[in-house]
Design a protein around this ligand. Structure first.
Ligand SMILES: Nc1nc2c(c(=O)[nH]1)N[C@@H](CN(C=O)c1ccc(C(=O)N[C@@H](CCC(=O)O)C(=O)O)cc1)CN2
Length: 293
C-alpha cells in the first residue's frame, strides 16, 4: 500500500479563496478584518513566519498591523505593545509570535491578550470555553493547528466519528488542545494522549485509526508501529542541514517508510503548516464577522 497525501498547500489555497469572498462580503458592509502581530527579537525563523502571515493577509484582503520590538524589549514594553493591539480598532485579531525571548514571562503576556482578539485561539479563556462547551457550538477562536488538522481530514472525506485517535506529544499548541476538538460531540473520536512518560508508545499507536505526531522527535513514528490503513498526521518540526545543499530543512516526526503502510499521510512540509496559516486567517475573518453580529 502507498499512502495518499493530505495536501495542506492545495487545501489552504482553497480555504484562502473562500476567505477572499468572505472578506469582500465584509467590505460591502464596511468592515475590514485586521491581523496584528507582535514580534520580539530577530530570530530568522520567527521573522519568516510573521512575514508569511502578513503575505497571507494581503492575499485575502485582510489589513496588517505590526508591532516589532527588539530582543532587548522588557516585560513591560512587551505588555504595553499587547495593550496597544487590544485597543487598536483596526486590529480585529492578533498573535504574539512564539517563542518570546528568554527571561520573558510568556504566560503573563498571553493572558493580557483580549480573548475576543485572540487569533491563535490559545488564550486560557478560549481554551476554557472549549472545555466547558462540549455540546453547544463554540463561537470563540479555536487553536489554529488543531483546527487545521481536523479541517484537512474532513476536506479529504476522512470520517473521524468513532475513530481511535492517538496523539503523540502534550504541547499546548497541538497535543493538549486537539483532544478538546476531537472529543466534541459532532466529531466523537476517542482520544489517547501519549507523551514522554508513556511506557509503551507502540502499544497505543498500533491500535490507532489515526496517529497525530507532534513530538518534535525526527522519525519517531516508524512503519512497524502503525496499523495498516491508518491515517498519519505529521506535525513535528525539527531542523537539519541537507547534506547535498547545505541548507536548513524541516524534518518531521514521521519516518518516510510509514507511507508504505498508512492509507493517508500528511507531508511535512506541505501538510499541517499551511493549514495552520489558513486557520489563523479564518479566525481573524470569523472575529470580524462576529463584530457584525
Ligand atoms: N503565536 C504563534 N507562534 C508560533 C506558532 C503559532 O501557531 N502561533 N507556530 C509556530 C510557527 N508558525 C507560525 O507562527 C508556523 C510554522 C510553520 C509553518 C509552515 O507553513 N511551515 C511550512 C514549512 C516551512 C519551512 O520549510 O521552514 C510547512 O509546514 O509546509 C507555518 C507557521 C511557532 N510559533
Amino acid at each position: 500500500m502507498t499512502a495518499q497525501l493530505l495536501d495542506g498547500t492545495a487545501t489552504a489555497a482553497r480555504i484562502k479563496a473562500e476567505l477572499t469572498e468572505r472578506v469582500a462580503a465584509l467590505a460591502a458592509r464596511s468592515v475590514r478584518p485586521g491581523l496584528g502581530t507582535l514580534l520580539v527579537g530577530d530570530d530568522p525563523g520567527s521573522r519568516w513566519y510573521v512575514a508569511g502571515k502578513h503575505k497571507d493577509c494581503a492575499e485575502v484582503g485582510i489589513a496588517s498591523i505590526r508591532e516589532d520590538l527588539p530582543a532587548t524589549a522588557t516585560q513591560d514594553e512587551i505588555e504595553a505593545a499587547v495593550r496597544r493591539l487590544n485597543e487598536d480598532p483596526e486590529c480585529t485579531g492578533f498573535i504574539v509570535q512564539l517563542p518570546l525571548p528568554k527571561g520573558i514571562d510568556t504566560n503573563r503576556v498571553l493572558e493580557l491578550v483580549d480573548p475576543e482578539k485572540d487569533a491563535d485561539g490559545l488564550h486560557p479563556t478560549n481554551l476554557g470555553r472549549l472545555v466547558l462547551r462540549v455540546n453547544e457550538p463554540v463561537t470563540s477562536p479555536l487553536p489554529c493547528t488543531p483546527r487545521g488538522i481536523i479541517d484537512l481530514l474532513l476536506r479529504h472525506d476522512i470520517d473521524l466519528r468513532g475513530a481511535d485517535v492517538v496523539i503523540v506529544g502534550r504541547g499546548v499548541t497541538v497535543g493538549r488542545s486537539i483532544g478538546l476538538l476531537l472529543t466534541r460531540r459532532e466529531i466523537n473520536a476517542t482520544v489517547t494522549l501519549t507523551h514522554t512518560g508513556t511506557e509503551d508508545l507502540a502499544e497505543h499507536t498500533r491500535n490507532a485509526d489515526v496517529v497525530i505526531a507532534a513530538a518534535g522527535v525526527p522519525g519517531i513514528i516508524t512503519a512497524d508501529i502503525i496499523k495498516p490503513g491508518a491515517v498519519v498526521i505529521d506535525v513535528g518540526v525539527s531542523r537539519s542541514t541537507d547534506p547535498e545543499t547545505g541548507k536548513s530543512r524541516v524534518v518531521g516526526d514521521v519516518d518516510p517508510g510509514v507511507r508504505e503502510v498508512a492509507s493517508w499521510v500528511s507531508p511535512n512540509p506541505g501538510g499541517v503548516g499551511p493549514m495552520t496559516r489558513a486557520m489563523l486567517l479564518t479566525n481573524v475573518v470569523e472575529t470580524a464577522e462576529r463584530l457584525l453580529g
